[in-house]
Ligand binder design. Structure first.
Ligand code: SAH
Ligand code: SF4
Length: 402
């Protein structure tokens, strides 16, 4: 039987879930079955391009191999527990994993508009040539962990605490399900999803191997073939893992900054107490030159009267000036007992203009799926008690912040 660095299957079944094996691991799997490596490309195409989960349908494999595969392997996807559709087309699903845990994913269709990402350096995605009207891109926001240990104070997932890592199969299953089962009509091309962001539940860089495997499958030509500019890993700043990520897989990086100074970031993103801004920015500077579009996206959640003043904008300008940076201003998505409110649109606009005037590309994100609480982690709910949060911070060697 195949041995991988991580258990690929988390359910009670002893069969290996092929959904989570990137090409190199699938080749190893077939080698161990005494089969030729090209079987990997064939099976990747059946699963990820055609959405087939029954080995019996894989007609270019011999009958004997199909039977063998049915004995030792499976292609298993989670069940949909809840499906919600917003007035603006955003969709959200709660998926039930084998272990009984729930995670969320969100589908965000976007109408045609000039996308500075795609024209900024003369790069035009060939697939865009086909887009005449309707949607220009459709982004899937995927989860990488059940819960999160990092306890950012404005984050619903962070309030729930950490439960477990997701397997690569569970991470890829989200794209598989959106592409082949859940999204009906989407892009003018024959694809449903054009972009994937690891901005759902969990901290991707604390589930490193599974996230690397999943990203590889998303970008693999025989699977989803997404370009490196269209797969974005978002991190709250797990500094040592940032360089390691770049060594392993060529993906775009978003860094959740949310505050321009250590004193404020220590509170909003407690991980900052372990990896302060100086170390984080140094890691970003190492990543940026070789990043897919040679810049890093900095996420900044707009919290009324917390991080949204002119002074904060000026501090942020000082921090980012001269860096290969793009800033996304995210309107805070409120949830019960968060203790925060969203900055007004006037405030967000003023903050954006200040950054733009200093030459920093700034994109205010529209709120999407407001009516369905589409910020990941909010539907799974179950706000955990403060005691558990305190324990978690202790385990991380951090002081509780509030
Ligand atoms: N753990 C990773 C990725 C998942 S969170 C990270 O923190 O980057 C994805 C993004 O959603 C992050 O930028 C996070 O700060 C943001 N976010 C979390 N809670 C939010 C909320 N209530 N409203 C708006 N954005 C939120
Ligand atoms: Fe975890 Fe990201 Fe939420 Fe922070 S913002 S608690 S790192 S999921």
């Amino acid at each position: 039987m195949i041995t991988t660095e991580e258990p690929v299957n988390t359910g009670s079944s002893s069969k290996i879930n092929l959904l989570g094996l990137p090409k190199r691991k699938l080749e190893q799997f077939f080698a161990e079955l005494g089969e030729k490596p090209f079987r990997a490309a064939q099976v990747l195409k059946w699963i990820h391009q055609r959405g087939v989960v029954d080995f019996a349908e894989m007609s270019d494999l011999s009958k004997a191999l199909r039977e063998k595969l049915a004995q030792v392997a499976e292609i298993r996807i989670p069940e949909v527990e809840i499906e919600q559709k917003s007035r603006d087309g955003t969709m959200k699903w709660v998926l039930r994993l084998d272990s009984g845990n729930s995670v969320e994913m969100v589908y965000i269709p976007e109408a045609e508009r000039i996308n500075l990402d795609d024209v900024g350096d003369g790069y035009v995605d060939p697939r865009r040539a086909k887009y005449t009207d309707g949607l220009s891109r459709a982004t899937l926001c995927v989860s990488s962990q059940v819960g999160c240990a990092l306890a950012c104070t404005f984050c619903s997932t962070g309030r729930q605490g950490f439960n477990r890592n997701m397997s690569a199969a569970e991470i890829v299953a989200q794209l598989f399900m959106a592409e082949h089962r859940l999204v009906e009509k989407s892009l003018p091309s024959d694809r449903k999803i054009s972009n994937v962001v690891f901005m759902g539940m969990g901290e991707p860089l604390l589930n490193f191997e599974a996230v690397v495997d999943a990203a590889e499958i998303m970008m693999e030509d025989n699977a989803y073939g997404l370009s490196k500019r269209r797969v974005t890993v978002s991190t709250s700043g797990v500094v040592p893992a940032m360089a390691r990520l770049q060594e392993r897989v060529d993906v775009s990086l978003a860094v959740s900054l949310h505050a321009p100074t250590d004193s404020l970031r220590d509170v909003l993103v407690p991980l900052n107490q372990k990896y302060p801004l100086k170390e984080l920015m140094a890691a970003c500077d190492t990543y940026a030159p070789n990043a897919p579009a040679a810049f890093i996206t900095y996420e900044y959640v707009m919290l009324a009267d917390v991080n949204d003043s002119d002074q904060h904008a000026d501090d942020l300008i000082r921090l980012l000036r001269g860096r290969a940076a793009k800033v996304n201003l995210i309107p805070f998505n409120p949830f019960p007992e968060s203790g925060y409110t969203r900055s007004s649109n006037v405030r967000i606009d003023r903050f954006m203009r200040r950054l733009e005037a200093a030459g920093i590309t700034t994109v205010p994100r529209r709120t999407r799926g407001d009516d369905i609480d589409a910020a990941c982690g909010q539907l799974v709910g179950e706000v955990e008690d403060r005691a558990r949060r305190g324990e978690r911070l202790e385990r991380m060697n951090l002081r509780p912040t509030a």
